[in-house]
Ligand binder design. Structure first.
Ligand code: SF4
Ligand code: SF4
Length: 452
């Protein structure tokens, strides 16, 4: 088994509720609400208007810059509105609302590549860009930017199939049910980067998926190798996966590409397969719907823009005592307060919790047990980071304690017996530093303008 990384925790994986259930296709919703920002970078500009007829795979949002990704219609029908709607990241976001005509008409532009084996790296980057592919594990960084900035620098390509967050099993089911897409997508990446092998990192709790992929690799004689990893959270974090699979460490403040590694989420790899072999851009997503508040947990494939209320309806609804909804996993996901928010390109799970699972401390006090230091995969010192943030000493937090290196994995919060809201505090700390940086940049630009 491949080597591991420092720290980490072993939460109960809670995957049994869905890991043996086949992916179900959602009955198409009557309406989808597609936000114009489902990626890191500039939001898209809507290029359709109310009354327009659209088809599946038709471009409806034009990228706002190089670091951006186009957005496509996920159902065929009529554009009902282009207006701000509730957004999963908080507040409202400009969205295209499409009334489904239930005809499933596919756009004429959706055409498979005739000879995928002959694609040059530049052609693949172009296809990925036009298909609106972004990191589908939740990072949502535009994939064409990742590939093009790694070409010539990267000699180690890894597919992230760790799926280390509790509850989530969409990638596991994808590997079992669609191994062709995974291995052919990985082969496209091997050719693009000119590497002998692409490595797929899978945690040991998904050995049956590793077996299925190995059989497919042998059948296709593909340049792909499966690496089974110890089950440990946060195995799926980029720096940790890079170290566990390649043995290379990513320096502080740097990216895996600086260590010669490029990492792609498993579903991103399948999206690359679909863009090339089917010509289909990103128009659907597999979402694990689970947690103690869900009556019948499932893995559901639905059009992008499906309201989360429809996912819960397809799972028999929510229990009356449900008190919390989380989009994403329980360690890193975001609490949601409105079931009108919709599924985006990075949505991998919708969890609902009922009963008294969450335990709060009214006035938590550190007991100096040091457990948080032992589990931090970045080797930070959460106990001191928290102390300095509470004192308001952002400078020491950033420069002496390297708070900006925190990957917000939640391992320290999970392990803290005093229930200190450590990760939450670090998120706010990072926000403060970023705000100060933006303010300083704006002031410098204003001063330069004044001088000119
Ligand atoms: S949330 Fe940050 S400080 Fe806490 S364990 Fe993860 S990386 Fe370390
Ligand atoms: S785990 Fe919690 S209680 Fe223990 S040292 Fe860290 S912050 Fe303090």
């Amino acid at each position: 088994m491949a080597q591991a990384f420092f720290g980490g925790v072993h939460p109960n994986d809670m995957k049994a509720a869905t890991n043996e259930k086949a992916i179900e296709k959602l009955a198409p919703p009557a309406e989808v609400v597609i936000p114009m920002s489902m990626h890191i970078g500039a939001p898209c500009k809507p290029i359709v208007a109310p009354g327009d007829h659209v088809t599946i795979g038709q471009r409806i949002g034009e990228p706002g810059g190089f670091v951006s990704a186009p957005i496509h219609a996920s159902v065929s029908g009529t554009v009902k509105a282009v207006e701000p709607r509730p957004f999963s990241m908080g507040g409202k976001m400009m969205s295209v609302v499409i009334e489904n005509d239930f005809q499933d008409t596919v756009c004429d532009a959706v055409k498979p590549v005739e000879n995928p084996d002959s694609l040059t790296p530049e052609e693949l980057v172009d296809i990925v860009k036009n298909a609106g592919i972004v990191g589908q594990g939740g990072a949502t960084f535009p994939t064409h930017v990742k590939i093009s900035s790694g070409l010539g620098k990267v000699d180690y390509v890894i597919i992230n199939a760790a799926e280390c967050e509790p509850y989530i099993t969409g990638d596991h089911r994808t590997m079992l049910e669609r191994p062709d897409q995974v291995i052919k997508g990985a082969t496209l990446l091997a050719k693009c980067f000119g590497v002998d092998k692409v490595y797929i990192g899978i945690e040991a709790n998904k050995q049956n998926a590793a077996d299925v992929l190995n059989a497919k690799i042998a059948e296709l004689k593909a340049p792909v190798k499966v690496e089974v990893l110890h089950t440990r959270y946060p195995q799926g974090a980029e720096k940790q996966l890079c170290q566990a699979v390649s043995g290379r460490q990513v320096p502080s403040g740097k990216l895996p590409a600086d260590a010669g590694c490029c990492i792609f989420n498993l579903n991103t790899t399948c999206a690359i397969y679909r863009a090339v072999y089917e010509g289909m851009p990103v128009v659907s997503k597999i979402v694990t719907v689970s947690g103690s508040g869900v009556i019948e947990p499932k893995n559901i494939e639905c059009p992008i823009g499906t309201p989360i209320a429809k996912l819960f309806d397809a799972c028999g609804g929510l229990k009356d005592e449900t008190y919390k909804l989380i989009m994403g996993g329980p360690m890193m996901g975001m609490a949601q307060y409105d079931t009108d928010v919709t599924v985006g390109k990075g949505t991998g799970a919708m969890l609902a919790f009922a009963g008294d699972e969450e335990k709060h401390e009214a006035n938590p006090q550190c007991i100096r047990c040091g457990k948080c230091v032992g589990v931090c995969p970045i080797r930070l010192e959460p106990i001191f980071m928290y102390k300095y943030l509470m004192k308001g000493d952002i400078d020491a937090w950033q420069n002496q304690l390297h708070g900006m290196d925190c990957i917000e994995c939640g391992a320290c919060t999970y392990t803290c017996p005093a229930r200190l809201p450590l990760t939450h505090a670090f998120r706010l700390g990072k926000q403060k530093v970023n705000n100060a940086r933006m303010k300083a940049k704006a002031a410098a630009e204003a001063a330069a303008k004044k001088e000119a």
